[in-house]
Ligand binder design. Structure first.
Ligand code: ZN
Length: 331
């Protein structure tokens, strides 16, 4: 096992609610995994301290020496300058502005540390070890409360000039649409995410439309989620079906744009809303066929992600391995 240990990466998925810390082999196999609550409200310093000690504990529990790890890969949500290792802003981490996450963790751990956007990490993870195996040109979209993305071109993660490429949830698809979390209006995230679906349901019920959604949440409209709307739609509720179809159409418009730009072989859809399956994907596929050029629209396949909540940690590890290979650094 010592041979394996020398090839390990300590992988982190720093989420707004929980943080996963894992030890991952080059094969994508997770040899240890634990999680704890991020408690982002306690501020930057507290989150960094908790992360440092969780990393140290994970290394100790896996009985690894620092020399047996080739580095730490941290996946985090937000606009990151991956070249400088800085979190510029993050929707999940209030108060984080230009935090030098990479250098802080590197200094405290004594290990080479790398930072990657969480959806980009998931894209890389699915490409290497999940639904995207064997496909060199693919897009990954995570559709949950928000919408994130990652781009794989010619078998490599495309990261752009500053390392923040792949914000596929923030392409504008409705010029006069509602305001998005990012400040722009009518983003794909504002029209087709779980947040968009639940907001639309609350608005329309408050406007007097009847729906079985109301009973599903015992009239507590603040408890409506995309899952509630999906459940009502499965039961044939008209309002819920309308809302899901509308979101699926917008998702299709976003995907049609991406199909014309990237001509991907595969689009991998992850995140909580991917569980809706064909309820969401069938109308979206139809819109792609209607709007995108025929050749790329016919060749693209749309599939569900396979790695679930492990995509981020597996992809962050793959990112570290890739980086070591690219730079020729000794393992
Ligand atoms: Zn946006």
């Amino acid at each position: 096992m010592s041979g394996n240990k020398q090839q390990s990466v300590l992988s982190v998925d720093l989420g707004g609610t929980k943080t996963i810390v894992a030890v991952v082999l080059p094969t994508g196999k997770i040899i240890s995994r634990r999680y704890y609550l991020t408690l982002a409200d306690e501020g930057t310093r507290a989150v960094l301290n908790r992360l440092s000690s969780a990393i140290n504990q994970s290394i100790a529990q896996a009985r690894l020496k620092n020399t047996e790890l080739i580095g730490i890969g941290i996946a985090a949500a937000g606009i990151l300058d991956t070249r400088k290792g800085i979190v510029a802003t993050s929707p999940n981490l209030p108060g984080w502005h230009n935090v030098q996450l990479r250098d802080v963790i590197a200094a405290r751990s004594g290990l080479a540390t790398y930072l990657i956007n969480d959806a980009s990490a998931a894209a890389l993870g699915e490409h290497r070890f999940g639904a995207g195996r064997g496909f060199d040109n693919l897009l990954y979209l995570t559709v949950s409360t928000g919408i994130g993305g990652g781009i794989i071109i010619n078998g490599e993660l495309y990261s752009g000039a500053d390392g923040c490429a792949g914000e596929l949830g923030h392409i504008t698809i409705e010029a006069d649409g509602p305001q998005c979390h990012c400040g722009n209006f009518g983003c794909l995230e504002a029209m087709a995410s779980g947040w968009a679906i639940s907001t639309e349901a609350v608005t329309r019920i408050n406007q007097g439309e009847s729906s079985s959604i109301i009973e599903l949440v015992d009239s507590r409209l603040e408890n409506i989620t995309a899952e509630t709307v999906a459940a009502a739609a499965r039961g044939g509720d008209q309002l819920a079906c309308d809302i899901v179809t509308k979101a699926a159409n917008y998702l299709g418009i976003g995907l049609a744009n991406l199909v014309n730009i990237f001509n991907p072989e595969l689009i991998v859809i992850g995140g909580g809303l991917s569980k809706m399956g064909n309820m969401l994907l069938r109308p979206a596929r139809k819109v792609i066929e209607e709007r995108a050029f025929r050749l790329p629209a016919q060749s693209v396949r749309i599939v569900r992600a396979q790695l679930g909540s492990n995509a981020g940690i597996i992809g962050a590890a793959a990112y570290v391995y890739d980086y070591r290979v690219k730079t020729g650094a000794k393992v």
